[in-house]
Design a binder for this molecule. Structure first.
Ligand SMILES: NC(=O)c1ccc[n+]([C@@H]2O[C@H](COP(=O)([O-])OP(=O)(O)OC[C@H]3O[C@@H](n4cnc5c(N)ncnc54)[C@H](OP(=O)(O)O)[C@@H]3O)[C@@H](O)[C@H]2O)c1
Length: 267
């Protein structure tokens, strides 16, 4: 049986890719998608929105119209996602969250919701990125205590949060592995007379330019050599396909707070 999926935020850059990925997925049935109440894409054909031709299903401005879906995939905004969680909780629906930029407090709210619903928080749904998290853990364990660790990320000019959710997660994976508290050791950008680098710090550098889909590099640098672990996304379809994999996995999961490492069996 196919998993019934609805996409929240389907007029967005990711939303359009998610529609295409859902339509093309063998085990998923796309049952609808949401746009804002006053959106110019209200009651618009989902297929036309994604540029794949009409599929005979229209966008909705009210989540109650999407009640047939079992799993919701949300790539909207922080405020909207926090509202959508409440609705999914009330209606016992599973939720894959791709939206990024949540504060620690907001992550706690999502984690708490996981006690009464299945929810995945996935700041990056690409399979390659999640494998990279595993490689970072291995690398940090082996050489993290004596190398300088820096994280670089680049995204398109429209991205609203910085550093990216993926870059922050990279920092968290490395900090957790080394027994450091990221809130204490993170350095977000440098300017002026900064003094010598503190060995414990994990630096973040951000570029916003043009149409860059997403690039992330972790540097583990010593005197005489450095190791760089890089992931480059060249199309948003990689995130959309990963989100479908997450939705399919979540449809069979118990209530709980999960991430992509759970989906990919990397824990
Ligand atoms: N997890 C991942 O792998 C991954 C990958 C890429 C991006 N992201 C994240 O996903 C989010 C969206 O990214 P994007 O590039 O697709 O941004 P975007 O193009 O701005 O898309 C967001 C969409 O959500 C819509 N939206 C906002 N509030 C809504 C509501 N109440 N009901 C229905 N739709 C609503 C917006 O509609 P309007 O245009 O009408 O405001 C917009 O179409 C961001 O947080 C981004 O960082 C995650």
């Amino acid at each position: 049986m196919k998993v019934k999926v609805a996409i929240l935020g389907c007029s967005g850059r990711m939303g359009r890719n998610l529609i295409q990925a859902a339509v093309e997925h063998q085990s998923i049935e796309l049952v609808g998608g949401s746009v804002r109440e006053l959106s110019s894409f209200a009651h618009f054909d989902l297929g036309e929105l994604a540029g794949i031709g009409a599929i005979g299903q229209k966008t909705s401005t009210n989540l109650n119209d999407l009640i047939n879906a079992d799993v919701f995939i949300d790539f909207t905004s922080i405020e909207t996602t926090l509202e959508n969680i409440k609705w999914c909780q009330q209606h016992h629906k599973a939720l894959v969250i791709g939206t990024t930029g949540f504060s620690d407090e907001q992550v706690n709210i999502i984690e708490e919701a996981g006690k009464s619903m299945p929810v995945i928080l996935a700041p990056n749904t690409s399979v390659g990125v999640n494998l990279m998290f595993k490689l970072l853990e291995v690398t940090a364990k082996a050489i993290g205590d004596y190398t300088d660790i820096e994280i670089f990320e680049a995204h398109h000019r429209f991205k609203k949060d910085a550093p990216s959710g993926t870059a922050v997660k990279m920092g968290q994976v490395i900090a957790n592995t080394l027994g450091r508290d990221l809130n204490k050791v993170a350095v977000y950008g440098r300017e002026g007379i900064t003094g010598e680098r503190d060995k414990e710090t994990i630096g973040f550098a951000t570029v916003r330019a043009g149409d860059i889909v997403g690039e992330h590099t972790a540097f583990f640098a010593d005197i005489g050599e450095r190791l760089e672990i890089t992931h480059r996304a060249s199309s948003r379809m990689t995130f959309a396909l990963g989100a479908m994999r997450a939705a399919f996995w979540l449809s069979e999961a118990d209530n709980g707070f999960y991430d992509m490492q759970d989906v990919l069996g990397l824990k």
